[in-house]
Design a protein. Structure first.
Length: 563
């Protein structure tokens, strides 16, 4: 059966998985039936990383057909690499015109007056708005309390003036202090879930010598069932008091980069028994700075292997490096992991069949950490970073792909990053990429050599697979020059997003001509004149152009030796 002959019910079901601009671009002029149908269905409008022409085209479609605004239930706008897309959209439309909007997302930051004068008042005028996602924003709690938002993501919650209580049940916040959390728990009484990216302020504000000046006794978040803290920067003593505020907690995840006083099994056991009796799922990852030997560390951490932990099905492992020890529940809860050549691992004798690193999606591997050792196995990694460092002086050998395959399931990887000092030939890169059927993003922090140009198999594979290429030097004083621009454009002609260092305008225009699939290009301008040209011409180009000036001196002509 042909697609256009399917009944409307099935077509509507299919359209739920498509972005509104794609639906209108594909079906608006197909026939009258589709013309009417797509104007009478719920629409998901996601402008993140779309071509500038698609953004302009669909905005024009909405202007011509204003009733479409009533059908949009999901809207995502982004200022990242998109020439202030959010501001452009808000200059054309008022958010309160999207009266059936259920989910609203803003990626990136806004200018202050637009954020508070245009967006904030609109949140109270959208009767169906259930979810608001703005991880780079600060919003007044008064605005949230007057809305019907139940799922909220913010950079910070401004609690200077609070009137009434909030309907929010799920909150993710980037930065939160103890006093702010107490206020949130007090005025957002229906909260069931909280995730805090950074809890307790800046690193230098770690409060191990605690002045317990906060009043914890009046707060009781009885509905809170799930608490997740990605980076805890308060002392155990303060957390011990705070834990009394959520007696019905069932799921708790916590991590700390400097958790020296957190690594105390007996203290945790007492806290759980006295304050968190309903806790069923407990995930933690604590890093401990030490100067002890591996054997001494095992003795210190042995209280984590008692019956108390095993009875709860909480199994704990340790990874000991030269300077840091990581103590964590299995499976390892964080999505990021770094494996160094000197790291040794203790394996819990009883893990209940759990795969230790199933949650790891972003893996950084030092070259000499890649060895014939299947006890380190990462099967769900999406992003792989191959790195090297001066402090590992013996880390000079080329990695072996048979060892890499034994440690990492390469079939799931979509992004590969190769640092400058990682020794890798064009032949080896070709073999690695062949093992990655889903690879689409490549980050090269090293100069492309002539061997890459002459390896035709590698060039064909890069052309077929790579949709995002980052070919920049992170150093402020060096850049990676594209040596053979014609070869570069032929090899990466299908790239949709490109990050590069540029030292003249002609190269930019050549790339835009030859790489017709480009929708986003991020450029570090080597000198002031290039930056000025972009200031004058960026809005005339049919791509989203993100550019910034890079510090540069004439005598810097080669890439930096640093990673």
């Amino acid at each position: 059966m042909k697609f256009e002959l399917l009944p409307n019910e099935i077509l509507i079901e299919c359209f739920q998985y498509l972005n509104a601009p794609d639906i209108f671009h594909s079906f608006d002029r197909l026939n009258y039936r589709f013309y009417i149908l797509i104007r009478n269905i719920d629409l998901h409008l996601n402008f993140e990383q779309v071509k500038k022409s698609s953004f302009n085209e669909f905005c024009q479609t909405i202007l011509i057909n204003p009733k479409i605004k009533r059908n949009i239930i999901y809207l995502k706008l982004s200022n990242i690499g998109t020439c202030e897309q959010i501001q452009s959209f808000l200059s054309l439309f008022s958010l309160n015109e999207f009266i059936h909007l259920r989910s609203l997302s803003f990626i990136g930051t806004l200018h202050y007056h637009i954020e508070y004068e245009q967006v904030s008042p609109m949140l109270t005028l959208l009767p169906d708005l259930y979810r608001f996602y703005a991880p780079g924003w600060k919003i007044e709690a008064e605005v949230i309390s007057k809305s019907k938002i139940q799922v909220l993501t913010l950079a910070n919650y401004c609690l200077t003036s609070i009137y009434g209580t909030s309907s929010v049940m799920s909150l993710r916040i980037h930065l939160c202090t103890v006093s702010q959390l107490l206020s949130i728990l007090n005025y957002t009484s229906m909260l069931k879930y909280i995730k805090i990216d950074c809890f307790g302020g800046n690193k230098e504000q770690y409060d191990y010598n605690v002045d317990y000046k906060y009043d914890f006794s009046n707060i009781c978040a009885v509905h809170l069932k799930h608490l997740h803290i990605d980076e805890c920067r308060i002392s155990f003593g303060r957390f011990e008091l705070l834990s009394k505020c959520f007696p019905n907690l069932k799921i708790f995840s916590i991590a700390s980069e400097y958790g020296n006083d957190m690594i105390d099994a007996n203290r945790w056991q007492h806290l759980i028994k006295s304050s968190l009796p309903l806790l069923r799922i407990f995930n933690f990852d604590f890093h401990y700075c030490h100067s002890d030997s591996y054997d001494n560390m095992l003795i210190k951490l042995s209280p984590f292997q008692t019956d108390f932990w095993h009875q709860h099905n909480w199994y704990i492992n340790y990874a000991v490096d030269n300077e840091f020890t990581s103590v964590y529940t299995i499976p390892y809860s964080s999505t990021h992991y770094t494996l160094t050549p000197t790291m040794k691992k203790y394996n819990s004798p009883s893990t209940n069949g759990l795969n230790e690193y199933d949650n790891v999606k972003y893996l950084s591997l030092f070259s000499n950490a890649i060895r014939d050792d299947s006890s380190w196995y990462f099967r769900n990694v999406r992003s792989l970073r191959l790195i090297n460092a001066d402090r590992y002086e013996d880390d000079k050998n080329e990695l072996k792909i048979e060892h890499l395959k034994k440690m990492v399931n390469l079939s799931n990887i979509t992004k590969l990053e190769i640092k400058k000092k990682c020794i890798i030939t064009s032949e080896l890169l070709f073999e690695i990429l062949k093992q990655m059927p889903n690879i689409s993003s490549l980050i090269l922090k090293k100069q492309i050599t002539s061997s890459f140009y002459t390896n035709h198999e590698l060039c064909e594979l890069l052309n077929k697979k790579i949709k995002m290429l980052d070919y920049t030097n992170p150093s402020c004083y060096h850049y990676i020059k594209i040596q053979d621009l014609d070869w570069f454009c032929k090899t990466f002609s299908n790239v949709e997003e490109l990050h590069c260092d540029i030292d003249n305008v002609d190269d930019v225009l050549f790339i835009l001509t030859k790489c017709s699939e480009l929708s986003i290009i991020k450029i570090k301008c080597v000198n002031k004149s290039i930056y000025t040209w972009f200031e004058d011409n960026a809005r005339t180009l049919n791509v989203y152009l993100d550019y910034k000036e890079k510090y540069y001196e004439e005598y810097y002509t080669t890439p930096s030796d640093s990673d």
